[in-house]
Design a protein around this ligand. Structure first.
Ligand code: IMP
Ligand code: MG
Length: 183
């Protein structure tokens, strides 16, 4: 993508497409939670912070926002499957209506771990909203609201990073393989 973004191969999802889809997801969630006055949205840091901020501002049901941080791939793009909580929720979620917001499902280990962990805290309901899912063999994880299915490539932007870079691009772009090969 020219001189400005030498690490990027192409734009996969434009800013307009992202914003359109966020509005559709917010409409769907608003309908599904129209009877609820205690929607508790949990964003997974850091990747979901932009998606959550946009989505929450389009919702027309009362909701509160909290965050969790997990251990991730560190500086690389290879997964070990091991997940650890680095920062937990501020409140118990027992008997509450939980909507988990995640940036991307790749192998499925992160979402699967989170789902089991939160279910163990006995919420009234637990649903998941995921912006991107890669088309690849992965653990079978429950996704209630999905933004987009994408090819099995490394993507950055709109919250997603590579070694903490490119996170605040307003679109989703594919990283050039040579930018992460060998890591
Ligand atoms: P999983 O546990 O393999 O499903 O990976 C999920 C986590 O890995 C996500 O929450 C992201 O933090 C990170 N991840 C996986 N694929 C990508 C990608 O293409 N770009 C940026 N982060 C990714
Ligand atoms: Mg993440």
């Amino acid at each position: 993508m020219g001189d400005i973004y030498p690490d990027l191969a192409r734009v996969l999802i434009s800013e307009e497409k992202l914003q359109e889809r966020v509005v559709e997801l917010a409409d769907q969630i608003t309908r599904d939670y129209s009877d609820s006055d205690d929607l508790y949205m949990i964003g997974i840091l850091k990747g979901a912070f932009i998606f959550l901020a946009d989505l929450a501002r389009k919702l027309e049901v009362p909701h509160i926002v909290d965050f969790m941080a997990l251990s991730s791939y560190g500086q690389t793009t290879t997964t070990t499957g091991a997940v650890r909580i680095l920062m937990d929720l501020r409140e118990p979620i027992e008997d509450r209506n939980i909507l988990l917001i995640e940036d991307i499902v790749d192998s499925g280990h992160t979402l699967s771990y989170l789902y089991k962990t939160l279910l163990g805290r006995r919420p009234a309901t637990l649903r998941t909203c995921v912006l991107l899912q890669k088309e690849r063999d992965a653990l079978d994880v429950p996704i209630d609201y999905l933004g987009f299915s994408i090819p099995d490539v490394w993507v950055v932007g709109y919250g997603l990073d590579f070694a903490d870079k490119h996170r605040t691009l307003p679109f989703i772009a594919e990283l050039k393989p040579e930018a992460y090969e060998g890591t």
